[in-house]
Design a binder for this molecule. Structure first.
Ligand SMILES: [Ca+2]
Ligand SMILES: [Ca+2]
Length: 191
């Protein structure tokens, strides 16, 4: 935005220059150009601009895809991986809060997140193999509930209990269909 303003100003100055002003004005123009260069060089010391591709939501250094379709947990993960992403990994209470806030205004009840224990152990782990941190668990009361439910959704629900931060529920990986959230890193550009 700042760069746009600077270029707009530069165009205005170019137009003035073309209108044929005297030497004093040319000198003034050079001073102006030098000043603009200083400002631009200040921007260049800012290393990068981070952003997300279209249709993704940015939060911190991640981009999120909130699906419009519903699939089983396993197929949801496959769908994320097709895009080069993976199901969302919740690394902080703040990220859990972001996802809860973002999804609670939708009409969607459940979103698959990247937490599973499908490998025949009791250990819940994220899709990058990180074991679930006991300090960063957000199970609903009475969950996880079932030995044959090995995949996790964020249960947003409707009405009562909608805004609960503790909203994880374990579900079957291959049966029920849910929406899903994929996560990837932001893309960085030099500016
Ligand atoms: Ca994350
Ligand atoms: Ca359950």
């Amino acid at each position: 935005r700042h760069l746009e303003l600077l270029y707009a100003k530069r165009r205005t100055n170019d137009a003035k220059e073309r209108s044929g002003k005297g030497l004093g004005e040319t000198c003034f123009q050079l001073q102006e150009d030098f000043r603009l260069l200083l400002v631009v060089s200040a921007f260049l010391t800012e290393p990068q601009l981070s952003c997300c591709m279209a249709d993704l939501e940015q939060y911190g250094s991640s981009c999120y895809y909130f699906s419009k379709d519903e699939r089983t947990w396993n197929k949801s993960r496959a769908e994320c991986m097709k895009k080069g992403f993976d199901l969302v990994i919740i690394n902080s209470e703040a990220e859990q809060g972001f996802l809860t806030n973002h999804t609670q205004n939708s009409q969607v009840e459940n979103f698959c997140i990247g937490l599973t224990n499908q490998k025949g152990t009791d250990q819940w782990h994220w899709v990058d193999e990180t074991p679930l941190d006991p300090m960063l668990m957000f199970w609903r009361s009475k969950e996880p509930s079932n030995v044959d439910e090995n995949c996790v959704v964020m249960h947003i629900g409707k009405g009562k209990g909608k805004k609960m931060k503790n909203n994880w529920n374990d579900v079957q990986c291959l049966v029920d269909k849910h929406h899903y959230v994929c996560e990837t890193n932001t893309v960085s550009f030099p500016i």
